[in-house]
Design a protein around this ligand. Structure first.
Ligand SMILES: Cc1cc2nc3c(=O)[nH]c(=O)nc-3n(C[C@H](O)[C@H](O)[C@H](O)COP(=O)(O)OP(=O)(O)OC[C@H]3O[C@@H](n4cnc5c(N)ncnc54)[C@H](O)[C@@H]3O)c2cc1C
Length: 421
């Protein structure tokens, strides 16, 4: 078996992996390699042919393929090597990877630092346990996006969409443009899980109804789906008896959440955070195995690729600092956990000196105005930021400047305290 020696190895050639490779290379690491299982780099962006990408990073509105091409061009100007059709099978205990590659065969890749950027996958019917028949015509929104945008197939005629995540909203518009009828988007929560701009541009602009506090409780059909039963849900998301309604359709699209793709981490015994589904990391994107870093949707599912790029670049720089010995290797000094109104937070650990702290988090319910606080276990506030118009469907990012870590405790809670008006 061939062995390859790499300074910084990156798993995944999506936006996060490419940014991480660029970040490491621009920090002076000569020997950087990306391993991507598909036959092309670019990740999920390859199938996202709609505009709306790059507004903050490139200050321009690009489609997914345009965004990824821009980024690949930057990578091609560096010595970074991108191995496509190369799937990482395992992370081994001796700082090596087992990789099967169309061009290289079965190889062992020895690395000094590893960055995991394997993206996420969609929740399926099984994950949300919808009862009923098992006909064809039930697809996740991302799979439908692949069939339509990449393979030029028509997936059906009359469509019901369950879940108002961004991919579902974007696909609702796509289906209309492809000549299909979208009967409605059904969302179990009292709010949409997608970005506000997508609700307006993809639903309201096309007169597609959005039904809140409703879900699908049954699927009908023998060979092909012929309809679904929808109903109202109460505040605990339980079906309300007597509100059932049968909707005929030949396709059901599911846009009911994304899960970080982390089988490789589990195999390497790196603990996952229950709330984010990704690895537990410190403010340097570093896991408990100090030479392993994680970024992108594999760490915490982001809404906007621009943010993924920013995180990826930083993870690459941190991996470079690790291998050049420019990083103090200290143990975790404190942990950050979600507090009031906060569902999930990243990073979960702080290590070494922290002055400016960038925190990504998701909230449990919409908040018009509030104060985000980092609070010690004794109730002392060590950092504070104002927040306005925050929605559960949107990832929040906040920078705490000049944190007073001398007053921190071993456990910090991230609270979002709601304020009137
Ligand atoms: C279906 C779908 C549609 C989306 N649409 C939009 C959108 O319209 N707008 C938007 O801003 N965001 C969208 N997103 C969010 C999007 O995921 C992020 O913006 C961004 O693409 C995440 O980048 P990433 O590199 O973390 O993950 P990805 O883009 O998913 O890239 C991960 C890469 O890792 C590779 N990989 C995984 N495991 C291995 C392995 N073992 N070995 C080698 N390679 C591996 C995969 O093949 C993939 O190329 C969408 C996400 C999904 C899932």
């Amino acid at each position: 078996m061939k062995t390859m020696i790499i300074d910084v190895a990156v798993i995944g050639g999506g936006p996060a992996g490419l940014a991480a490779a660029l970040g490491a290379s621009e920090s002076g690491v000569k020997n950087v390699a990306v391993f991507e299982r598909s036959n092309e780099a670019g990740g999920i962006l390859r199938q996202c042919i709609h505009p709306g990408f790059g507004l903050s990073y490139f200050s321009e509105e690009l489609t997914g393929p345009e965004y990824s091409e821009r980024f690949l061009k930057k990578v091609w100007k560096t010595p970074v090597r991108v191995f496509t059709s190369s799937m990482v099978l395992s992370i081994n205990s001796d700082s090596s990877l087992s990789v099967v590659s169309r061009t290289e065969g079965f190889i062992r890749v020895k690395y000094k630092a590893l960055i995991i950027a394997t993206g996420c996958r969609e929740r399926t019917r099984g994950a949300i346990q919808i009862p009923g028949d098992r006909p064809s015509g039930i697809l996740t929104a991302g799979l439908a996006q692949w069939f339509i945008n990449m393979e030029g197939r028509k997936i059906g005629h009359h469509v019901v969409i369950l879940g108002s995540g961004d991919i579902g909203l974007i696909m609702a518009r796509r289906l209309i443009l492809e000549g299909m009828l979208v009967k409605g988007v059904y969302e179990i929560n009292p709010w949409s899980a997608g970005l506000n701009r997508n609700i307006i541009q993809c639903l309201y602009d096309y007169d597609i109804p959005l039904y809140l506090k409703k879900t699908v409780i049954n699927i009908h059909g023998k060979k092909r789906i012929s309809g679904v039963t929808v109903c109202d849900v109460d505040e605990n998301q339980n079906p309300v008896k007597g509100t059932e309604e049968k909707i005929s359709c030949d396709t059901l699209l599911l846009s009911v959440g994304l899960i970080p793709e982390n089988e490789l981490l589990t195999g390497a015994n790196i603990p996952l955070n229950k709330k984010t589904g990704g690895a537990e990391v410190n403010q340097r994107y570093q896991t408990i195995r100090k030479n392993i870093f994680v970024c992108g949707n594999a760490l915490m599912v982001e809404d906007l690729v621009d943010r993924v790029t920013v995180h990826g670049l930083e993870a690459g720089r941190q991996a470079a600092r690790f291998i050049t010995g420019d990083m103090e290797l200290m143990e975790t000094e404190c942990f950050i956990v979600p507090g009031e109104t906060v569902h999930a937070v990243m990073p979960q650990r702080l290590t070494g000196k922290v002055n400016n702290l960038n925190v990504s988090f998701r909230i449990l319910r919409p908040v018009r105005t509030g104060i985000l606080q980092l609070v010690t276990d004794k109730g002392r506030i060590i950092g504070e930021q104002k927040i306005s118009n925050a929605f559960p469907g949107e990832m929040q990012n906040v920078n705490f400047e000049k944190l007073d870590m001398s007053r921190a405790s071993n456990l910090l809670r991230l609270n979002l305290v709601e304020r009137d008006g």
